[in-house]
Design a binder for this molecule. Sequence first.
Ligand code: M6R
Length: 366
Amino acid sequence: EKGGYDHFMIKEIFEQPRSIADSMRGRLNAAEAQLQLGGLSNYMDKLVAADRIVIVGCGTSWHAGLVAEYLFEELARVNVEVEYASEFRYRNPVIKENDIVIAISQSGETADTLAAIELAKSKGATIFGICNVVGSSIARASHAGAYTHAGPEIGVASTKAFTAQVTVLTLMALAVAKKKGTITDEVFERLLAELDNIPSKVNKVFESATKIKEIAFIFTYAKNFIYLGRGLNFPVALEGALKLKEISYIHAEGYPAAEMKHGPIALIDEDMPVVFLATKDSSYEKIVSNIQEVKARKGRVIAIVTEGDTLIPTMVDFVIEVPDTHEVLTPLLSVIPLQLLSYYIAVMRGRNVDQPRNLAKSVTVE
Ligand code: M6R
């Protein structure tokens, strides 16, 4: 059932062109510039009128929420707060009746996320569920929602569920933006066309798999890793670090690149691998100077760059290219090399990648 692969995780990583396409199928029609999210249509007016959106989730789903924060703010100009479900439920959160809560969960069974939405519901909020498992508890407890069509995810480390979540959240942000008129038709159409191209661009990232395996071999016995990114690539840095931690048991930290000089920079020496998310976007220049700061302290830099970048390869130890896309869609591509890097490192360390120690696929206890 692993379809010829050694592990579910690698099978699921390589399934992403399809799972992303499946999550758009019947919703996105790029040729006709049409976007439809059936599950949301009855609540579209509420979404458009909302003063703020609160997103709740745990782990990788929380990271997808952080990506969505950028998307909704940038495209739909709405205030967004992203909360760990476990923290949200035990505070006394200020929730008003016209608030929208988006719960993100692959399994739809995460206890803290379920409890968070029950709390928000009791205060009158409207709940949207973004779940992968059809008929799951969170899907049933939500007023409305949209399923991710990633297919069953067996590996404990979430991969294709993350990109499917980001895909659906992008569609949602775009639908709201279009309705609100916060983006031009031209940008809307360009983004739909770019989204349509993402599955084939993910396939292009896979062409770097051998190179990533070589890099993994070099860093197999690293004790620590730092992942740095800015803007939309900051949550990707968090996700890369989480993936490495959970399956290889290497200590890893994700950080916003600019925060580095407020503490973590003290960790940098010739033994510290630093993964930079350095794609050509609005923070490119800033990231370039962050890379210089790390190189000046002899850190070993692996940079995820946009295809054709000629500057960063002259500055760093290793580069992995991803195709160019519209800035807001970057996470769908930049996360892929990080999934592969953690997978190969974990395999080389002889870890049980599909079932890491101490972890369960869905955390149904708080
Ligand atoms: O099923 P959920 O999306 O609610 O699960 C949330 C987290 O438990 C999950 O993402 C976890 O962090 C994964 N092991 C990450 O790879």
